[in-house]
Design a protein around this ligand. Structure first.
Ligand SMILES: Nc1ncnc2c1ncn2[C@@H]1O[C@H](COP(=O)(O)OP(=O)(O)OP(=O)(O)O)[C@@H](O)[C@H]1O
Ligand SMILES: [Mg+2]
Length: 231
């Protein structure tokens, strides 16, 4: 359902041109969980940003459920993101003055009544509560981010990412700020969400410990795909 075709992304800085993604082709099935690995600067974040329509494709294309990202305009990309994608970041990106529940509920703010109906949400507060429960944070609804551990904050951010029922979850280094125990718990959670809800999960990591438990790992080097391994 995610088809990456001869994908190229170049950045120009002054006279220099960097091929951050250099002719990558691969397919990812609906419900699959895939890790992207490789050294610093190998193109992991760039690839996730291209799949997430946060950056423009130089050439080639990414086809998601028959939608060509290369041919979408900005408005179409925004709509696409709202209804299909969930994002998780290394730094959680939670709002410190809001409770866990309010942080999750905020994910609904960009949606119109009609869009909420389209994804089957009638009560946003209840949906946010259920998402927190799904990530194991029942009872923590009223805590602010500063009153939660790093692992718990990342769970809130995962709840925020899944509450709109995305088809694809994109996570750039989701465990980079966590110790190995919490990293493995977060990955187990992502794997559970992926299997139970048929969400495609694509995440990046350069942590060898994290990469021991993956189902499929794609390794990048200088923007090129050097290995695609099913484990
Ligand atoms: N906005 C930009 N402008 C210019 N060059 C960029 C830009 N973003 C990324 N690059 C370059 O593209 C290449 C890939 O960067 P990217 O951030 O995707 O790597 P990464 O694998 O995520 O690295 P890290 O593990 O350090 O996060 C690097 O050479 C980087 O310097
Ligand atoms: Mg990166």
């Amino acid at each position: 359902m995610v088809e990456i075709k001869s994908l190229v992304k170049t950045y120009k800085t002054g006279d220099e041109e960097v091929r951050a993604i250099d002719d990558i082709s691969l397919n990812i099935k609906q419900g699959e969980i895939v890790a992207i690995s490789g050294a610093s600067g190998s193109g992991k974040t760039t690839l996730l940003n291209l799949i997430g329509t946060l950056d423009n494709i130089t050439s080639g294309d990414i086809i998601i459920n028959e939608h060509s990202i290369a041919s979408m305009n900005e408005k179409e990309k925004t709509n696409y993101r709202k209804l299909n994608l969930g994002f998780i970041f290394q730094s959680y990106n939670l709002i410190p003055v809001l409770s866990a529940l309010e942080n999750v509920e905020l994910a609904f703010q960009p949606l119109s009544k009609q869009e909420l109906a389209e994804i089957g949400i009638s009560d946003t507060k209840l949906a946010a509560k259920e998402a927190l429960k799904a990530v194991g944070l029942e009872g923590y609804e009223e805590r602010r981010p500063g009153q939660l551990s790093g692992g718990q904050q990342q769970r809130v951010s995962i709840a925020r990412a899944i509450v709109r029922k995305p088809k694809i979850l994109l996570a750039d280094e989701p465990t980079a700020n966590l110790d190995s125990k919490n990293s493995l718990l977060i990955l187990a959670l992502l794997s559970k969400l992926s299997h139970e809800n048929k969400i495609t999960v694509i995440y990046s990591s350069h942590d060898q410990e994290v990469l021991k438990n993956v189902e499929r790992v794609i390794i990048l080097k200088d923007g090129k795909l050097v290995e695609d391994k099913k484990c």
